[in-house]
Structures are given as structure tokens and as C-alpha cells.
Design a protein around this ligand. Structure first.
Ligand SMILES: Cc1ncc(C[n+]2csc(CCOP(=O)(O)OP(=O)(O)O)c2C)c(N)n1
Length: 548
């Protein structure tokens, strides 16, 4: 039986296991939407294509299967750019399907005609237009394969309107999973073992590619047997479990000023595991590029003057760690060195100090401390981009992979609420806790209506200071004055309520527990509006020597 191009697409996506399509409608994709009324993945109607793409990104990040975003030709395709660039930068499998004008009029300066394939080429792994309906299922299966093959990333498929209307018989190709990788050869393993066994100060630096349960478990097993200090990037949150907290030197990124940065400088043999330089440029953190670096990853590192590993173990990260774990003999236990204990004590002290801040407006560390004590480990915490991100990413302890999410690749504002929505869908019946600054929130806050419509259990906290603070503090450091970083106040409570959400104000330490109780017992999305005390924000960007 012959079916239309739109039906082909929906059937292929269904057979590929797609559960949700994040979309904003448009005439060029309405044949697809019409088919989706009767069958196929559940459609999530979004309020901006950028957010639809962010949702698809978070779906890909959490599930490991591509998130699918469907946008209309022209403005729909241009609006999705930031979300797709973020997915590509942060190695999340995503498939963007865009409508396209009919092939017959592509040569013309026609309505909503943009070179979408060219637009997406530099920011995706693969950007292609479907020229023949017969190959649409083939293109989709390949798109799944390319999106999921290391390094995962974004795919763009443009489908001209005439192809959606054509008919032919349907034949799909299934695609189950990314290729299974193996361990490095024995010679490589032996070399790594001899380097680690002769280390005077072994250390480990983990990056965003370690946040699967399997890899995290291998890291944990390795560290239980071979103790050494471990530093993490922001997106590597959760890989280290509670029982190994003693070895954990905190999360690092962009500004080299954390206790863990000092330990990173000390290691003479450094194991970099699933590390992606996009999160923390080695030019900043690696002032001693000639030291021994053993890079354990799925594909070889991009080399530069500051990061050219002595050797690499390429393949399945977990299997390579397991192989090392098994064969490694006695090594120096650098986790007991005084400088390591000092760095650890500083982190503990900083965390414990949280409860001593009695400021009104509330101090970031007080909030983070109380929220950590309040939340169960199975609640995903998602943080937007700005000064608030550095407070949370550095200080919020998380012990499960992919339960603290933030954007450190593209580091784009506005991700928190869309990611929270996708997370609530990916982890049904679990509350999601997300945080934005007032600048980031307003970049995607229209999706609060989406969250309300879907009745999702999201508690979203907004830190309000009426400024783009992270930019402001850097200007003040560089130029001794601020430039164009302030904006006006708004009534966050009324705004949230106007979109149908519940909203609470949190102003003083005594409010914290009460408001969290109210927010967590409410049904559907909740906004917590927090006037924030940013008196200590200059410390976020101080240099390493500014503290002892
Ligand atoms: C889409 C986007 N635009 C601009 C920036 C540059 N930028 C980084 S942080 C920031 C300020 C964020 O403000 P807010 O969300 O209020 O957080 P705060 O820094 O005040 O905690 C800006 C403008 C960015 N990262 N992403």
C-alpha cells in the first residue's frame, strides 16, 4: 500500500522508538502534524522553537536516544538554531526535522525559503534535504545512527512540502543502538599501567562523557581500589558517589580558582576520563602540558599545545577503566597528601558554612545548602547559565549521574525550564527542580505555559537581581565599571500566576523550608521567586592566587 511522505515520516519515527516530538506548528509541516493527530509519538506543543530544540537536547542527554524536534520552514528553522547548536556542542543526540518549500520553487526568492541545509551544516553532524520520498526512512535510520555514534550530536533533515504529499510504499530500516566499542589493545593497557604505577602524584579529571551509570560505576570501582583525588567538570556532576566523597575535589570550569584547580596542577600523572575541552579549556587549566596525561575516551582528543596526551585509551570508557582497575598494581595514594586533604577540607568548610549565612536577601550558599539537605537523590536538578550557575555547579553536591544538569558547552542562557520539561517527561512521576537567574528565565519563561498545560511536576526557582550578573562582574573586574547589564524589575509571582503556575516568594532563611514544603506538595509547576544576595559574586571570578 502506498502512503504519503508525512505518513512515512511518522511511521519511521515510531519504528525508531521516538516517544515525543517537540514542535511549534507551521503550514510547511502541517501534513505531518495531521498524521500525528491519529498515530505516532506524542506531540509536545512548545512556545518557541529554540525551546523545542532545548527539550529535544535534554531528552537526548538523559535517555541517550535522539530527541526529535519538528519545526516549520523559514522562521521555524532559524529559531531552532541555538538549541541545535547547544546539542551539537554538548554532544547530545538530537534530530531536527524542518519543513521546506516545494522543490519546484526552491530557485526563487520565495516565501519562507531559506537555505536551511546550509544554515545547519556547520552546527550539526549531518544536514540533509530529502530529495526522494523512497529514501526518507533510510535517511532517518542513518540520522539515528550518526546522532548516536560517538561523539553524539545533532542532525538536521529538511523535508520539502512536495515530498510530504507524494505517495509510495513504506519500508523502514531499524536502528537499535550505537556501536559497541571495546577495550584498548594490551600494549596500550600495559603502558598506561606502568605510567600510573610510577606516578608520584596520580590524579583523575572527569568530563561530561562519564555521566552514564555504567561509566560512573566503573570510575567508582576504580577509585575504591586505587584512591586518588578526582576533579570534575560541571557536566560530569554525579559520577562520584557519596562513599567516595573523600576523594572528590569539586567541579571546575572556565575560571581557574577552585581548590581542585590546585590539585589539578599538582598531579604528575593525570587520567583524563571522558573529558571534553569545550567545558574547560586546557589553555586555562593545564599550565604543565608536558606532564603525563592518559586520556581515556571514546574518540581521540583534539590536540593542542596545552593538551596533547602522553597516551590515549580509546574505546569503551567503562571497559577501559575496568581493565585498568583489574591489572593495576600498587600506586601512590595521593588522596592522603596534605594538599589534597587541605583542598577537601576547604570544600567541606564552604559547604558547611552555607547554613551560617543569615542574610536577607538570601545568600546563594544558604539556599544551596538547604536545598541539598531537602532534596532526595532521585530529583533532577537543572541549572541555567549565569553567576547562579557557578554557585550551583561548584557547591551543589550530586551523587547520581545526570541528576545535576547544566550547559557548559555552548553555555547558553534559557535552557533550564525547557530541560526541566523534557526531564519531567523522561523521568515520569519524579519532581524536577530547576534554577534560573532572572535574565535566563525570561529567555524561555513562556514555556511555563507548556509545563502548566502538561501539568508537569517542576519546581523552578528564579534568582532575582535585575541584572545579567555574570557579565557585570567580569566587566567590573576588567574595566572597573559595568556596561549595559541591568534591566528592570518584574512581578515574578503575578507573571507565573498569569501563565497558570503556582508561585511563592522566598525572602529570608526562615522561609526556605516552608516554601520548599509548599512547592513540593503542590501539583503541577511552581515558581519560587528569590531576591538574591550577590554580595560575594566577585569571588566567582577571582584568580587562583586570590585565595589560599
Ligand atoms: C543566549 C545567551 N546570551 C548571552 C549570554 C552571555 N551571558 C552569560 S551569563 C549572562 C547573564 C545571565 O544572567 P542571569 O540569568 O540573570 O544570571 P545571573 O548571572 O544574574 O546569575 C549573559 C548575558 C549567554 N551565555 N547566552
Amino acid at each position: 500500500m502506498k502512503i504519503s511522505g508525512a505518513e512515512h515520516l511518522v511511521r519511521s519515527l515510531t519504528e525508531l522508538g521516538v516517544e515525543y516530538i517537540f514542535t511549534v506548528p507551521g503550514a510547511s509541516i502541517d501534513p505531518i502534524l495531521d498524521v500525528l493527530v491519529d498515530s505516532g509519538p506524542e506531540v509536545i506543543v512548545c512556545r518557541h522553537e529554540q525551546n523545542a530544540a532545548f527539550m529535544a537536547q535534554a531528552w537526548g542527554k538523559i535517555t541517550g536516544r535522539p530527541g526529535v524536534c519538528l519545526v516549520t520552514a523559514g522562521p521555524g528553522a532559524t529559531n531552532a538554531v541555538t538549541g541545535i547548536a547547544a546539542a551539537q556542542a554538548e554532544r547530545c543526540p538530537v534530530i531536527l526535522i524542518s519543513g521546506q518549500i516545494s522543490q519546484r520553487i526552491k530557485f526563487k526568492h520565495a516565501h519562507q525559503n531559506i537555505p536551511a541545509v546550509d544554515l545547519y551544516k556547520p552546527i550539526t553532524k549531518w544536514s540533509i534535504e530529502v530529495d526522494y520520498l523512497e529514501v526518507l526512512p533510510d535517511i532517518l535510520s542513518n540520522a539515528f545512527q550518526v546522532a548516536m555514534t560517538p561523539h553524539p550530536g545533532a542532525i538536521h533533515i529538511a523535508i520539502p512540502s512536495n515530498i510530504l504529499q507524494e505517495h509510495c510504499s513504506f519500508k523502514s530500516i531499524s536502528y537499535e543502538s550505537a556501536p559497541i566499542l571495546g577495550t584498548a589493545p594490551d600494549t596500550v593497557l600495559s603502558k598506561a599501567i606502568s605510567l600510573i604505577e610510577s606516578a608520584h602524584f596520580p590524579g583523575m579529571f572527569i568530563g561530561n562523557r562519564v555521566t552514564t551509570h555504567r561509566i560512573s560505576e566503573s570510575i567508582r570501582d576504580f577509585l575504591r581500589k586505587h584512591e586518588m583525588p578526582v576533579m570534575a567538570t560541571f557536566e560530569a556532576a554525579g559520577a562520584i558517589s557519596r562513599d567516595l566523597i573523600n576523594l572528590f575535589m569539586g567541579r571546575l570550569g572556565v575560571f581557574k580558582n577552585q581548590p581542585g584547580d590546585k590539585i589539578l596542577d599538582k598531579a604528575d600523572v593525570l587520567l583524563t576520563v571522558g573529558y571534553d575541552p569545550i567545558e574547560y579549556d586546557p589553555v586555562i587549566w593545564n599550565k604543565i602540558p608536558e606532564r603525563t596525561i592518559i586520556n581515556i575516551d571514546t574518540v581521540p582528543a583534539i590536540l593542542d599545545q596545552a593538551f596533547h596526551p602522553t597516551m590515549e585509551m580509546i574505546g569503551d570508557i567503562a571497559l577501559n577503566l575496568d581493565a585498568l582497575n583489574k591489572k593495576l598494581g600498587t600506586i601512590v595514594n595521593s588522596s592522603e597528601f596534605p594538599e589534597v586533604r587541605k583542598a577537601f577540607d576547604m570544600l567541606v568548610e564552604r559547604y558547611q558554612a552555607g547554613k551560617e549565612y543569615h542574610d536577607i536577601p538570601l545568600h546563594p550558599l544558604r539556599l544551596i545548602h538547604e536545598v541539598r539537605e531537602y532534596l532526595h537523590d532521585d530529583i533532577t536538578v537543572i541549572c541555567d547559565v549565569g553567576s547562579h550557575q557557578y554557585w550551583w555547579a561548584r557547591h551543589f553536591l550530586c551523587f547520581e549521574p545526570k541528576y545535576f544538569l547544566t550547559s557548559m558547552g555552548l553555555q547558553t542562557m534559557g535552557i533550564a525550564l525547557p530541560w526541566a520539561i523534557a526531564t519531567a517527561l523522561a523521568r515520569p512521576n519524579k519532581k524536577v527542580f530547576s534554577i534560573s537567574g532572572d535574565g535566563s528565565f525570561l529567555m524561555s519563561s513562556m514555556e511555563l505555559e507548556t509545563a502548566v498545560r502538561l501539568n508537569l511536576p517542576i519546581i523552578h526557582m528564579v534568582w532575582e537581581d535585575n541584572s545579567y550578573n555574570l557579565v557585570k562582574i567580569q566587566q567590573e573586574k576588567k574595566y572597573h565599571r559595568k556596561a549595559f547589564c541591568e534591566f528592570g524589575p518584574m512581578d515574578m509571582i503575578k507573571y507565573a500566576q498569569s501563565l497558570g503556575a503556582k508561585a511563592f516568594k522566598m525572602e529570608k532563611p526562615e522561609d526556605i523550608k516552608t516554601v520548599l514544603d509548599q512547592a513540593f506538595s503542590a501539583k503541577g509547576p511552581v515558581i519560587i521567586s528569590v531576591p538574591i544576595n550577590y554580595r560575594d559574586n566577585a569571588k566567582i571570578i577571582e584568580t587562583l592566587n586570590d585565595y589560599s
